[in-house]
Design a protein around this ligand. Structure first.
Ligand SMILES: NC(=O)c1ccc[n+]([C@@H]2O[C@H](COP(=O)([O-])OP(=O)(O)OC[C@H]3O[C@@H](n4cnc5c(N)ncnc54)[C@H](OP(=O)(O)O)[C@@H]3O)[C@@H](O)[C@H]2O)c1
Length: 269
């Protein structure tokens, strides 16, 4: 269960933004490990104040300490949160915005992957993936979208996957959650661009994180999480709408998306 009262950010310890030293404020949901942790470090290195969310509070606290010691000032604060606690999101968001003194960048990184293998399907695992990867994202993007629309600006970033581009034999549930997230993000972009809000969809190939250990088969072109974080940060600066990381996957998926179904269904890929 999320318990915002257990988290310990104190807004007065955060360095103030000034006209000469503007500070962008970011939330990373799913920052305790892997790509989220790498992106949190990168945002802090670039001068952002970052709020880090996830269930593993000990990992978040260690990451906060590491970031704040590196910069000799408070640039990171953390909050224990399970994204399946949908009802607490509006109040938690309000509290974080109050702690940070505003919000400029929102990143939904949280995700789980439970491949069922080729012999069986597993509804419990599929439901869990849907709850974290898709519904948790919608629970957060909804109030953030309303906020940014009223502000007339802001960056919203969702971490989808190449897995959402095509239904494959190995992991139908995960494919579905990422396809849902990609479509949801596209729809948000189409609603919000006219209000000055930037929405970025990120589709990683393989990233060397704990999640990759669950992957079945080969993991070609796997990259370090720092490389993915670099691609995401650059896409944020350039206001890109959708990226693959590494970029090579844009061309790989272009081909895969165009393989006729009659051939694709015979492949074990
Ligand atoms: N690794 C890859 O090859 C790959 C490829 C394509 C896309 N992606 C996507 O990239 C994103 C980051 O994954 P990663 O590779 O960096 O793996 P990771 O190290 O396992 O990170 C997953 C993150 O999601 C958080 N999370 C999971 N369930 C949560 C919950 N119920 N509530 C709150 N946070 C939750 C985890 O935090 P806690 O456990 O502390 O809650 C963790 O911070 C995911 O969306 C994943 O689907 C990864």
């Amino acid at each position: 269960m999320s318990d915002p009262s257990e988290s310990a950010p104190i807004s007065s310890t955060l360095p103030p933004a000034t006209p000469l030293r503007p500070r962008r404020r970011a939330i990373v949901v799913g920052a305790s490990s892997g790509t989220g942790a790498a992106l949190a470090r990168r945002l802090a290195d670039e001068g952002c104040l970052v709020a880090l969310l996830g269930r593993r509070k000990e990992l978040l606290q260690v990451l906060c300490q590491e970031i704040n010691q590196k910069h000799a000032e408070t640039r990171a604060v953390c909050y224990g949160h399970d994204v399946c606690d949908y009802d607490v999101v509006p109040d938690l968001l309000a509290r974080i915005i109050s702690d940070l003194g505003g919000l400029d960048i929102f990143i939904y990184m949280a995700g789980v992957n439970y491949p069922p293998g080729l012999e069986h399907l597993n509804f419990e695992n599929d439901r869990r993936m849907m709850e974290v990867n898709a519904l948790g994202a919608m629970a957060w993007f909804t109030p953030v979208a309303e906020l940014f629309k009223s502000m007339g600006g802001g960056h919203m970033i969702g971490i989808s996957s190449v897995a959402g581009d095509r239904g494959r034999v190995g992991n139908p549930g995960y494919n579905t959650t990422k396809a849902a997230l990609s479509t949801y993000l596209e729809a948000l972009r189409n609603r919000l661009t006219r209000h000055g809000v930037h929405v970025l969809t990120v589709k990683p190939g393989f990233i060397k994180t704990d999640m990759l250990k669950a992957a079945q088969g080969g993991t070609p072109f796997a990259i370090e999480p720092e490389r993915a974080a670099d691609d995401i940060y650059k896409a944020l600066l350039k206001h890109r709408q959708s990226i693959y990381t590494p970029g090579l996957w844009r061309w790989i998926m272009l081909i895969i998306r165009h393989i006729p179904s009659v051939i694709f269904r015979r492949m074990s890929f």
